[in-house]
Design a protein around this ligand. Structure first.
Ligand SMILES: *Cc1c(COP(=O)(O)O)cnc(C)c1O
Length: 372
């Protein structure tokens, strides 16, 4: 039997100053430690270690720079009012990490080992989990090809890393609807491509359209399918849902849509509440027809960062469609309150989604609540 790999820990000697919790933003500050593990074709994954957060040295010929062989994940740790640290369905992120690896010809990682490493990393940087309402610790696992060689073939060497960033409340002033530009020129991906993998190229491909939409006053783009520019896929880097005449629709996972863990959880919740929910192909024409007939009741994006992002207005080929008078719908609000309540441990967790990180020193409740 293969011996399990031992995770070593090297603690930081000069800890960074923590940023003020009301100025965290998203992904700008990083904790004192990170996790690294190496892969070499002759050794497999080896030397899993927690080390002080630091820059990495890479050969300029490392394959990741030239051919984009890299994938990532995103999840959050939450501190509860009674000082426990909770992760939301982390096993799902690790399964998806391996599905992305598989699509990008990157060797599979040991999910149990990485979950253990993640728990240890969080325990080491426990004091970085912010305490203010709505804040959390964003966790970014990623893998990239390091072999220094310019031939186009899967790399023989990789690194896997986890870095963590304290992030501010997504909605400091309450859930807020956004205006969305329906993109009918650029596409994010196409069936057969890498749209269902969380890989860098998909985001690089979307920047141009996002920039143009921003210039015109829209906060994100709604992506249509790459062949017909007709079927709805995703909104920005979120999955998308529409409530039409009491039924909730979301595009089915067709091979170019990312299988969001928030999406999956929303579908579970809706079924649990006996609200009809349908995964099916959905065209932008049908959506506009429903909207003009007054049947489109709510629309929202779903993802780890925002949980729910209500859509107040769409613009497609210069035609605007206002949804629910530009206000957050009741169902959108209920889904947001329920899912974020489960994640923060303020309401019960009927599906056993939350995983507690053991061994982390509980934060004194008095100091946590001192600013409330
Ligand atoms: C990460 C991501 C999502 C949302 O996935 P969650 O697991 O819910 O955070 C949706 N679409 C794209 C393109 C993504 O990268």
């Amino acid at each position: 039997m293969v011996q399990p790999l031992e995770i070593t820990i090297e603690r930081s000697v000069n800890k960074k100053e923590k940023p003020p919790e009301d100025q965290l933003g998203f992904g700008t500050y990083f904790t004192d430690h990170m996790f690294i593990m190496d892969y070499a074709i002759e050794k497999g994954w080896h030397q899993p270690r927690i080390v002080p957060y630091q820059p990495i040295l890479l050969d300029p010929a490392a394959k990741v720079f030239h051919y984009g062989q890299t994938i990532f994940e995103g999840l959050k740790a939450y501190l509860t009012d009674d000082g426990r640290t909770l992760l939301f369905r982390p096993q799902k992120n690790l399964q998806r990490l391996n599905r992305s690896n598989e699509r990008l010809s990157i060797p599979e990682i040991d999910e149990a080992l990485v979950l253990d490493a993640l728990k240890q990393l969080i325990a080491v940087d426990q004091d970085w989990i912010p305490t203010e309402a709505g804040t959390s610790l964003y966790i970014r696992p990623f893998v990239f090809a390091t072999q220094p060689a310019l031939g186009v073939s899967p790399s023989t060497h990789y690194q896997f890393m986890i870095i963590m960033s304290p992030v501010g409340a997504y909605y400091p002033e309450g859930v807020n609807p956004v205006k969305i530009f329906v993109e009918s020129e650029y596409v994010r991906t196409v069936i057969g491509g890498v749209g269902e993998a969380k890989t860098a190229g998909n985001y690089a491909a979307g920047l141009k359209a996002q920039e143009i939409a921003k210039e015109q006053g829209y906060s994100q783009v709604l992506w249509l399918d790459g062949i017909h520019r007709k079927y709805i896929e995703e909104v920005g880097s979120m999955n998308v849902f529409f409530k039409i005449k009491g039924t909730v629709y979301t595009p089915s996972l067709n091979g170019s849509i990312l299988d969001g863990i928030t999406r999956n959880s929303i579908i579970h919740l809706l079924k649990h509440w006996n609200i009809p929910v349908v995964e099916q192909i959905l065209s932008i024409e049908e959506l506009y027809e429903a909207g003009k007939a007054g049947f489109l009741e709510e629309a929202f994006g779903t993802g780890t960062a925002a949980v729910i992002s209500p859509i107040g207005e769409l613009s497609w080929c210069d035609e605007k469609l206002v949804i629910n008078q530009g206000q957050t719908g009741d169902l959108s609000q209920r889904l947001y309150d329920t899912l974020s309540g489960i994640q923060r441990g303020t309401i019960s967790d009927p599906f056993d989604w939350m995983l507690e990180v053991e061994g982390s020193a509980p934060v004194a409740v008095s100091s946590k609540n001192s600013n409330l």
